[in-house]
Design a protein around this ligand. Structure first.
Ligand code: GRF
Length: 187
């Protein structure tokens, strides 16, 4: 079975769903203090905080290389980004290209970026959803693995709509990862 790392920055409710699903998670990596780290701790999963700076002097290249080294040291083969907010440089894709997935709260290619739910709501779409895709150096643009629609309801706010999208992500992402792990052929 290939070794899976889950990358988090936020509340980690999708990580929580992966844990409940019983996915064999080797390590949880976070770029900041976040609830995702607490979820890993409660589940007894090794967790690593590679804290990043949010100042102008943030060295993205060095940070990416540290992350790659940590993941390689633990023998990680597959990476699932679950609400992970740091953008990696090419070094990550050189090391793990094709084996990194992401979940995005819109029906890509619509509403790329950090404010997908807000942008969909502001645009006035009646249906949005979530996309599980292969992560590439170009953000929110890799090959699509799975998608599911979510209806926008009258009176929705960014929070209510995002929560309904996450309810779908919490099922679709673990299922997709499980399928990928079943066909992985680690060295
Ligand atoms: C999800 O909606 C995901 O699509 C986006 O970040 C959110 C993560 O949610 N990239 P959580 O931190 O797992 O609750």
């Amino acid at each position: 079975m290939s070794k899976l790392a889950v990358l988090v920055s936020g509340t980690g409710s999708i990580l929580e769903a992966m844990v409940k699903d019983g996915l064999p998670i080797e390590v949880v990596l976070a770029d900041r203090h976040c609830r995702g780290l607490e979820i890993a701790e409660s589940a007894g999963i090794p967790r690593v905080l590679l804290w990043r700076s949010f100042s102008a002097v943030f060295d993205r290249e060095a940070y990416t290389r540290r992350s790659v080294e940590m993941l390689q040291c633990r023998g990680v083969y597959r990476i699932a980004m679950a609400g992970y907010m740091t953008v990696f440089t090419q070094a990550m894709f050189d090391a793990f290209g094709g084996r990194i997935t992401n979940t995005h709260p819109s029906l890509l290619p619509a509403f790329k970026g950090d404010h997908a739910v807000r942008d969909a709501l502001h645009y006035g779409v009646k249906v949005t959803g979530c996309t599980i895709h292969v992560a590439t150096i170009e953000l929110d643009a890799g090959p699509i693995l799975a998608q599911e629609p979510v209806r926008v309801l009258k009176g929705d706010t960014v929070d209510t709509l995002h929560e309904r999208i996450k309810q779908v992500e919490r099922v679709l992402y673990p299922t997709t990862i499980r399928e990928l792990l079943a066909t992985d052929t680690p060295p």
